[in-house]
Design a protein around this ligand. Structure first.
Ligand code: SF4
Length: 348
């Protein structure tokens, strides 16, 4: 009896990667999944924090796929090595700060190394020719195979029959006739496969897989770099960009105002790192101040903005506590900033 072949599938948590893994699994190959955590992953983050989303299911879609398929999932933390991809993408960015082509090459090359060390035979992705403008085009897909070093160990079961046969097909590890020739952005054939495989639980194919495709998130990231004068970041920086309203009333500081209760609780965890403001006389959000050389005038302005977003927005004055990193907590009585004085240009 021939030895069972082993493949690792890149699992994003979306439907395509799930189907790709399933197709190969159905052919008797031992499949395990790998999911890369870059720090920018959408994966339930805002739903997990916001009170208004309290009833939405909070789950890790990659783990859910693994559970559905009955495969082992390896979650790889690539926050550090991913920085080089984001900061200097050889193939540039997409519509926002998303370096999709370099990102795909990076992930497949990590998977390539992974199969070597784990003694697996090939790699599976859920890519479909013509589905994404940057990384899934007829001309860029061979580039991903080549520049990742995976070459023909990279099998894309959903569109394999549109592409030259890979090693797993040529060697008969998988039957090419039982692979697919899906192309384009339509989801019709994927939905037919969902039916065929009797899959009932999968993530709706909406939204990107990471915040880098989001215009407002990308603007916040650019602002962070511009304010620091350097394109650097730590995990906490990029997590905080996902939370709250970010306003930069002066070039040297910005404020992060929680938009609701869940965000306030989340930001509490970052309080020790930032000067911050709480409203005392009225219920209101926690406000963090991020910047250097913050003056008393800046604090006063930030307190008036915080008061504006509190229940005391129409009151004559709101009492707030201001905690400065360097000099402790004091109380202030401030007039909420009138809406007309909140410059739309402050919104990051
Ligand atoms: S959307 Fe994000 S995770 Fe997905 S390929 Fe593009 S950069 Fe990578």
């Amino acid at each position: 009896m021939s030895e069972q072949k082993k493949a690792v599938a890149l699992i994003s948590g979306g439907l395509d990667s799930m189907l790709a893994a399933k197709i190969v699994q159905e052919q008797g190959v031992h499949v395990e999944g790998i999911n890369f955590y870059t720090g920018f992953c959408v994966e339930g983050h805002t739903h997990a924090i916001r009170r208004k989303d309290r009833d939405k299911q909070k789950r890790n879609n990659a783990l859910r796929v693994a559970e559905q398929l009955g495969i082992k999932l390896h979650i790889a933390d690539v926050v550090e090595p991913y920085k080089a991809v984001l900061l200097n993408p050889r193939h540039g960015y997409g519509a926002n700060m998303n370096p999709c082509l370099d990102c795909k090459i990076f992930m497949v090359s990590r998977a390539r190394k992974w199969i070597e060390t784990h003694d697996f035979d090939f790699i599976i992705t859920g890519e479909v020719v013509g589905q994404r403008p940057m990384s899934q085009r007829r001309d860029t897909m061979p580039l991903v195979s080549r520049q990742s070093g995976a070459d023909d160990l990279l099998l894309r079961p959903l569109c394999a029959r549109n592409l030259p046969p890979t090693l797993p097909e040529r060697q008969g590890w998988v039957d090419r006739n039982r692979l697919y020739d899906i192309s384009g952005r339509s989801r019709k054939r994927q939905m037919a496969l969902v039916e065929e495989f009797g899959i009932t639980d999968y993530a709706q194919p909406a939204g990107g897989c990471c915040f880098l495709t989001d215009a407002s998130y990308s603007a916040k990231l650019r602002d962070l770099w511009a304010s620091r004068g350097s394109r650097e970041y730590e995990l906490d920086d990029i997590i905080l960009l996902k939370v709250g309203r970010h306003l930069r009333p002066r070039p040297h500081f910005k404020i992060i105002v929680a938009r609701e209760e869940g965000e306030t609780r989340f930001l509490e965890g970052y309080r020790h790192r930032f000067s911050h403001i709480r409203t005392l006389s009225h219920a209101g959000p926690l406000t963090l101040l991020d910047g250097d050389g913050i003056t008393d005038d800046d604090l006063h302005l930030a307190a008036r903005i915080a008061a504006r977003y509190s229940q005391g927005r129409d009151a004559d004055t709101v009492e707030v506590s201001v905690t400065r990193q360097e000099s402790g907590t004091s109380k202030l009585e401030v007039t909420p900033l009138p809406p007309g004085e909140i410059d739309p240009g402050w919104t990051v």
